[in-house]
Write a protein that binds this ligand. Sequence first.
Ligand code: FAD
Length: 468
Amino acid sequence: GKSDQHAPLVVLGSGPGGYTAAFRAADLGLDVIMIEKYESIGGVCLNVGCIPSKALLHTAEIMNEAAEFADHGVTFGKPTVDLDKVRANKDKVVSQLTGGLKGLAKQRKVKIVHGYGKFSSANSITVTAEDGSTQVISFDNCIIAAGSRVTKLPFIPWDDPRVIDSTGALELAEIPERMLVVGGGIIGLEMATVYDALGAKITVVELGPGIIPGPDRDLVRPLEKRIKAKYENIYVNTMVTAIEPTEAGLVCHFKGDSSPETETFDRVLVAIGRSPNGLLIDAENAGVAVDERGFINVDNQMRTNVDHIFAIGDVVGQPMLAHKATHEGKVAAEVIAGHKAYFDARTIPSVAYTDPEIAWMGESEISCKEKGIEYTKGVFPWAASGRSLSRGRNEGLTKVLFDKETGQIIGSGIVGSNAGELIAESVLALEMGADAHDLGLTIHPHPTLSETLNFAAEVAEGTCTDIY
Ligand code: FAD
C-alpha cells in the first residue's frame, strides 16, 4: 500500500528505550520517526515511574530525617504538608525532563508522531491519532519499544476510585488514613515509603515468603525491621482473595499465615507487577513473534525473528528497568547503523529506593547456592562506619561475593542510605573483572559510605583494619 511518511528508522514508543535508540540512531546519521501515543514523551519512567517516584521519595526522606533528628540535638516541629505543592513539585521535575527531551529530539531532528501505532505490514505501521485520523508510516528498520503496563488482577474492583495502581498513587489525590499495599516488591514498597511519611497507616500484603524478592535476606532485614516498627502490618505468604467496596471502606479478604480474614482500608494500592505490551501492536502483521505473555524474543543484537525489526526495554523481558532499556536501545540503534554492537553486559543492577535503600547486582548467596557456584564473601556492617554513624543510622551492610577459584567479584549487595549510588562501583568492578585485591588496594575517600566496599573486600581477604 501507499504510505504517508517514510523513514529509514521508525521507533515505536518514546520511553527510555525508545528515545535513547532514536537519539543514538540520529547521532549516527539516520533519519528517525518516533511514534508515541501520549502528548508527553519519556514513557513510563519519566511520566509515571522512576522520576516522579524519586521526587516524592526525596520529600519522604527529608520528613523522616527531620522527625528522627531530635537525637542530634535539634528538634523540628510537626510538619505541615501542602499536598498541592508536593504534587506540583513532583510535576515540575517531570515536566522539566520531558520538556528537555522534546528539545533534544528537535536538536537531533527526530520527528515525533503522536498516536497509537500498530503494524500493518512488515514495513509499515498505521498510526491512529487521538482525533481518529490515521496515517501510514513505512520504514526500512523498526525498533519496538512499546514498554509495559500495570498488571490487573481480575477480581479487583478497578472502577472504584479508592483502588489505585502506581500511576494513581503518584497522582497523590489525597493521603488516606489506612492504606493497603498489595505487593511487597520494589514499586509497592517505594510508594508505601511515600505514603507512610505523608501520614498514612500502611499495611503490606505479599504473596511470597518475603518482601523485595531477589537479594539475599540479610540485605532485606534492615528494611523489614524498620518498616515492621513503622507500619501497621506486614503480611507475607498471604493472598488477597477479594476486595469488596462498601461505604465504610474497601473490605479486603486475605488467605494466609498470620493475616486476619478481612480488614477494611480507605485505599488499596495494587502493585503486583507489570505486563509487556507486545500483544497490543498487531505484531503478527509484521511476522514478529510474541509469546503468550506479550514478551518479544530477541537475540544479543536486539533483533526479533524478523531481520529488520528490533525490540528493546520492558517488552523484551525482565528485569523491567530503565537502565536496561537505554542500554538495549543503544545496541539496537548501533546495529541498525551498521556497527558491530552486542548486548554484552555481565549484570544489570537493581535498586529499591526504600528507606533504607537496597541495591544488588550479579550473583547473590542464594543464586550461588542454586547454581552450585563456590564463593568467598566479605561483609562490612555499617555500624562500624564512622560516616554512617555520623548520619544517625547504623543498620547498613555492604556485602561482596568473589568466585572461589578466580577471586573475581561475582556479585554484591548493599543496604543503607544511598545504596543505589554505591552499587555502581561494584558493577564496574564486575565488568572489569576486578578481584578483592583490586578493591582493597583502591584508595577510597574517608569518611564515606563508599569505603564500605573497600572494607568488605578487605574483610574477604582478612586484611581489614579500618573499623571506624
Ligand atoms: P516505557 O517506559 O513503558 O515506554 C513505552 C512507551 O511507548 C510509552 O510512552 C507508551 O505510551 C508508548 N507506546 C506503547 N505502545 C505504543 C503504541 N502501540 N503506539 C504508540 N505508543 C506506544 N526503573 C528503573 O530503572 N528505576 C526506577 O527507579 C524505576 N521506578 C519505577 C517506578 C514505577 C512506579 C514504575 C511503574 C516503574 C519504574 N521503573 C523503574 C521501571 C521503568 O519505568 C521501566 O523499566 C522503563 O520505563 C521501561 O522503558 P521502555 O522504554 O521499555 O518502555
